[in-house]
Design a binder for this molecule. Structure first.
Ligand code: EPZ
Length: 424
């Protein structure tokens, strides 16, 4: 199994270009099932999850031509499309559920095994199913009891749907299904993440009529047919950007972050400034400095967008382990997203947790250790602590990191980080 070997590094200096957003490209790729015409998606990151989604679409009968040189994927879901997603692919990526709505519209049925819980939580889909039922989809309850979503519908009819929680995946599945339903759908308490806006923009390029994406109420007027897309550039990955911003501050460096949309990072920018970072926007990108002020502590509470993103919780906690005083982190989005605390404590962080609350004492000089990537963001987080810890930090289970960070090692090395990937 591959590992990262990370040594204490000099302050990160230089520039890094952020890749396309994993969490925007995955639903957009799923949406290509809604037409039999070619869809060209650009700025696609070369990630394991993108490969899995390509394989999933191909297993359903679509063609997915990758041109990794210029980060382009052309997907054409023409001809016969299968309604059954293979378990061996679905178990590799929970985001496979994103094809649910599109598959029902395309074939009249979707059979998708649920891969069960994962490190950060049980990841139920009852909100996805509640929305689809409201549009007229029938769910086979016996199959569901056995962990398989078997959903069918001859045609879908628009409706008003309230989401008990602003679930990102449920919002995406519902707006895809509603885009070809008969009549209008109003989705209330919808997720507002930028990735929802990117998906809605892609669907509208296909001929959909979606308004309000990015707010808590989205209106979808169903249309007869959706067409292919000649070109769609995926938004930059705000979580990758946030991860490098934290790295610049933790190592007391100065980094120019290119291909970033600051509006997508307001909560992270505000919190980093509270910690003493200097962040300025320029025509070339965002300059993040950690070399001018001490690193102060701050408190974090993760919330649905536009609140502080749960995906930035572990990378930000890495910073708080070396901040000048105690910090409190409350995780409200996932029920088990503190797996990285044990890894930070192996390095001397001395973090205590009680339920969804973590107390980080701060003021530590971390020691290198053998640690594990417990999810893809936590894997990046322990690399960040490795950059400032004394000695060597060995990170295993780094396949998690490969899922969400394109060229992570080379991007860090270009900034002066002392990190290498070793194959065991
Ligand atoms: C998306 O997951 C992202 N993944 C996650 O990123 C991200 O952490 C999450 O949104 C929150 O921002 C992709 O976009 C591929 P949710 P998703 O449905 O859609 C509960 C990463 O690191 N819930 O908003 O699965 C759920 O259990 C990944 O890139 C229900 O209870 O997130 C969780 O506690 C990790 N019932 C909370 O809502 C449901 O029917 C948020 O889930 C659906 C969700």
């Amino acid at each position: 199994m591959a590992k990262f070997l990370v040594q204490k590094s000099a302050p990160l200096r230089g520039e890094v270009t952020i890749s396309g957003s994993k969490n925007a490209v995955l639903p957009i790729m799923a949406a290509t099932l809604l037409t039999d015409e070619p869809c060209v998606i650009k700025d696609v990151p070369a990630l394991r999850d993108v490969e899995v989604m390509c394989s999933l679409l191909e297993s359903l009968g679509a063609s997915a031509e990758r041109d990794t040189d210029n980060s382009t994927v052309c997907i054409t879901a023409s001809g016969d499309i299968s309604h059954e997603a293979p378990f061996d692919l679905v178990k590799m990526m929970r985001a496979s559920i994103l094809v649910l709505g599109a598959l029902i519209l395309r074939t009249g049925r979707a059979v998708i095994p649920l891969p069960g819980g994962c490190a950060i939580g049980k990841r139920p889909v009852e909100l996805h199913l509640k929305g689809l039922k409201a549009l007229g989809v029938v769910i086979n309850e016996e199959q569901l009891a056995r962990g398989v979503v078997d959903a069918s519908a001859d045609r879908l009819t628009g409706n008003t749907i309230y989401l008990d929680f602003p679930s990102v995946g449920a919002t995406e599945v519902i707006i895809m299904a509603a885009s070809l339903a008969e009549g209008t759908t109003i989705l209330e308490n919808a997720a507002q993440e930028p990735e929802i806006v990117d998906l809605a923009n892609f669907l509208n390029k296909m001929g959909a009529r979606i308004k309000g994406a990015g707010t808590d109420t989205i209106k979808i007027e169903g249309v007869e047919k959706l067409r292919g897309v000649a070109s769609h550039h995926v938004i930059p990955d705000r979580i990758e950007a946030g991860t490098f911003m934290v790295g610049a501050v933790m190592t007391r460096g100065c980094v120019l972050i290119k291909n970033v949309l600051p509006d997508h990072l307001k909560a992270v920018i505000a919190k980093l400034r509270e910690c003493g970072a200097e962040i300025t926007m320029t025509d070339e990108g965002m300059i993040v400095r950690g070399d001018r002020n001490p690193i102060n502590s701050t408190d974090i509470k993760t919330l649905p967008y536009p609140g502080f993103p749960t995906d930035m919780q572990s990378p930000f906690m890495a910073l708080l382990t070396i901040a000048s005083g105690p910090s409190v982190v409350i995780e409200t989005v996932f029920e088990n997203r503190f797996m990285h605390v044990g890894e930070f404590n192996r390095m001397g962080a001395n973090i205590k947790t009680d339920g969804n609350c973590a107390i980080i004492p701060g003021g530590k000089v971390l020691q290198g250790a053998q640690v594990v990537a417990t999810d893809l963001r936590a894997g990046a987080a322990v690399v960040l602590t490795g950059l400032v810890a004394e000695g060597t930090t060995e990170v295993s289970q780094i396949y998690h990191v490969d899922r969400g960070y394109e060229n992570f090692v080379s991007k860090l090395r270009d900034l002066g980080a002392n990190i290498m990937r070793v194959e065991e």
